[in-house]
Unconditional design. Sequence first.
Length: 417
Amino acid sequence: MTDSKAIRSVIILTLSRLVVNMTRRFTYPFIPTISRQLGVPISSVQSIIALQSSSGLVSPLVGPWADQFGAKRIAASMVLLITASAFITAAIPQIWIFALAMVLFGISKASFDPAAYAYLGNTIPYQQRGTVIGIVELSWAASLLIVAPLAGLLLGFSDLPTGLSIMQEIANLPALSFSTPYGLQLVLLVLGVLSLIAYLGIQIGIPRAKSSTKQKQPIVTPIKAFKIIRNSTAAMAAVGYSVLLTIANEIFFINYGLFMEINHGLTLVALGGVTVVISLAEFIGEVSIIGLVDRIGKRRMALAGVLISSIMYLILPAINVSLSLALVMIFVMFLGVEISIVAALPLFTEILPQHRATVMSSAMGGSALGRLLGAGLGGVIYAIAQNFVITGGVAMAIGIGCFTLMWWFIPEIVEVP
């Protein structure tokens, strides 16, 4: 692939993944508004979002399709599935259709990401792959920055005075409590149009990648995928790394709001400001990967990120610091987490080159599993110990376990022809 084609492919994949991530993140700031427009309790929308989050568990089941049918084809198909789901829900804004669309959005992302990384693994030289994946990963932080104000603007259309409400005021009739889903329909319509553009971009602008093996790949069933991972020590370690890394972070993250409230007296609004610090850390982490990972080494940066975040899990609750210093430590912690995640991705793409999508989907499924386990464990550990230092110590111990897996079982690839 020529440099111009490679650059074009990276740009299209980054923008396409931006749209995919927007479908995953647009609901979080607007749960009350969406619940009003659909006419359902807030808890119903929250349950739908939780179901969407758990859809990452299907990644090991559908991700290996990219090894059989081609990474470009699967990536394009998942974006097309998002397009259809968004348009149908915009046309029929009922709660059960919305729930189905959100689940399909989650499954599409769980399938799109392994396919995209497998494509990059097949087309981008390993020596530059860390930088390229760092660029593509910017779409995660950018998606919330773009979709939050956009969705807020579009959802606001349902709060404009309607003809019925104006007539009620003129006739001096009692105000009726009702909501309209026009704003949500607009959001979904825009997401559908953007995903359609992304689909056309992938189909027209991205060339088909050459397979890493000349032999025709057999159908990769879930059982076959499991055997492929089980027979590779490095692949098993990659999955374990993903599980432990996410568990450690979730144990802290599920308790950090309570920690900041108790120790620093932060209100709900102030806690929202802390989230900005975390988002900034994610962005800086991705930029750091772009500038440094191919120079310093992917494995070295991943290990450094795990070690930094693991130490911070314990130090933050153990030391009585001011609010400003606590915010700095949270920034450093999540900077380490983001580096440990993104730096490991190009490393994982070269563990089994002939089964890149299988390895990547298994690792991402491990992250989804770790997220569920960590959220549950975090609550249980604090409920039993009633101590943030103990909770942080458990998170640190799990993080050190993650560091050990990478150190012993996942080698750095020095040179790939």
